[in-house]
Design a protein around this ligand. Sequence first.
Ligand code: FAD
Ligand code: NA7
Length: 534
Amino acid sequence: MSNADFDAIVIGAGFGGMYMTHKLRDELGMSVQCYDKDADVGGTWYSNRYPGILSDTEGFYYCYSFDKELLQEWTWKNRYVNQTEILEYLNHFADRYKIRKSYQFETKVTSAKFNESTNLWEVETDKGDKVTAQHLITGLGLLSATNIPNFKGRETFQGQQFHTANWPHEGVDFSGKRVGVIGTGSTGTQFITATAPQAGHLTVFQRSPQYTVPIGNGPISEEVSNNIKANYDASWKQIKGSMVAFGFEESTTPAAGLPVEETDKVFEAAWENGGGFRFMFETFSDIAVDPGANEAACTFIRKKIDEIVNDPEIANKLKPHDLYAKRPLCDSGYYATFNRDNVTLVDVKANPIIEITPKGVLTEEGEYELDILVYATGFDAVEGNYTKIDIRGRDGAQIKDTWEDGPKSYIGVSHAGFPNMHMILGPNGPFTNLPPSIEVQVEWISDFIKEMRDKGQVTAEATKEAENDWTKTCKEIADLTLFPKADSWIFGANIPGKENTVQFYLAGLGYYTDVLRAETASGYKNFTFTGAAN
Ligand code: FAD
Ligand code: NA7
């Protein structure tokens, strides 16, 4: 018998942590203690409340699929969904499964150490908790640890400043204010489009221009909603077997070799229909892998920028000339926002930011005075929250050190040398619409733990060899695509000093699930186990 305080500790109350808690506690009957540093459930959707925030997955597929009753009960009001709606849904889920009773909120886990004599995880929090458990489940989120560039003078700014992922719950009043925003990624483009009409003046500090396409958002009629619900079984089967898991069939037609009139016709239809992943993956099969096909998409979007933006000089600044090989963006009128008189675009590659001053942002060409400065500068993705906790495995090895040359795992859930630590969306997991991947991982981890319990196994960990092979596989797959050639958070390129390395399995959810099934069918041949407790 184990003398642990709990069978398992779960960190994180987002999609991942909450589902894991339900599986372990309600289905396996385990004692579970859970923590989140936020004041309530929601994860991403608790902390990101900036204006314009919207999912880029269609709502009907941005949810759990395991609970068929919930699928039928819950109706998304719009095609893409805003923070309020998603948080409402996650709150409903938490109520439905009485999730909160297992959580201690406003409690940051500060350390988690595997004790090799007891075979238990020893976890400490910033509230002074010291608890032990056989299993440690990390649902820390992969786009959760914020990145605020270390600009000189940041603390001297006398106006208000915010990172988009730490947005005040009471909102921010932009009316009549001089607002500046650094960053034009998914978050920045959403923020800029939504804030320009409210602000006195909006200054956009753009380092890299973006390819973005219309999102095509709008209300969902009762008829469409009923249709989607009636077809849910087939849709979720398709999603779980697909590549990006976004709820559409990925194209099998290559663009390479097709005349521009033909490719443009398809792109135009996608532009009208809306959706970033649809534009990249539903139009043609080779945009993410073939430079010619990629350029066809780029040229189409550049033409659109020229059509939309009135001032050719601004249009030129907004036009990217690199590959279309980052997470594909979609927006609600981003390029047209730059036709507004109260919006200024500053190209900080040509005119770098020197420092933040008490009054605003000083660039090489001059100072921009601001009342509010917003950092839409993204996240230390994937490993960011792991390296903030003092996580130590066998021999006291710190996870930070074991990931010095890039974060590693076996199948995105297990890390060699860290027994009984199970990661949800750990490094080199699938790059998809995330709730379906979270479900697949949580269910696999839960089955794995059940098997251990049934067999009386005390510890389990992936072998180093399996982890190395998986990392190699992920790199080989990534190298077949154009993604490593573009600088983005997908490869850790957005954080100065961070190793630019593969962080995702890019072959898709269908193949990923096959790998997990094969691992189970093999009797977990890539794991080592230790036997029953003394
Ligand atoms: P999270 O929701 O990030 O939850 C992690 C939790 O762990 C947080 O609550 C955090 O407080 C907690 N935590 C971390 N460290 C500690 C610690 N040391 N101690 C205690 N608690 C800790 N994905 C899509 O698929 N489609 C989309 O449309 C989409 N839109 C997005 C829009 C934005 C603005 C952002 C930021 C992300 C978006 N994502 C989207 C990704 C999104 O993060 C995932 O879809 C999903 O919400 C992740 O759930 P999670 O439970 O894995 O992590
Ligand atoms: P992203 O996609 O990482 O975008 C961050 C933006 O901030 C991007 O435009 C960056 O420019 C810019 N940035 C970062 N550091 C700096 C500095 N030092 N100076 C100027 N500009 C900077 O984060 P998002 O939050 O938009 O989106 C992340 C994911 O979360 C997204 O895919 C959704 O799934 C939700 P860069 O492009 O690096 O030149």
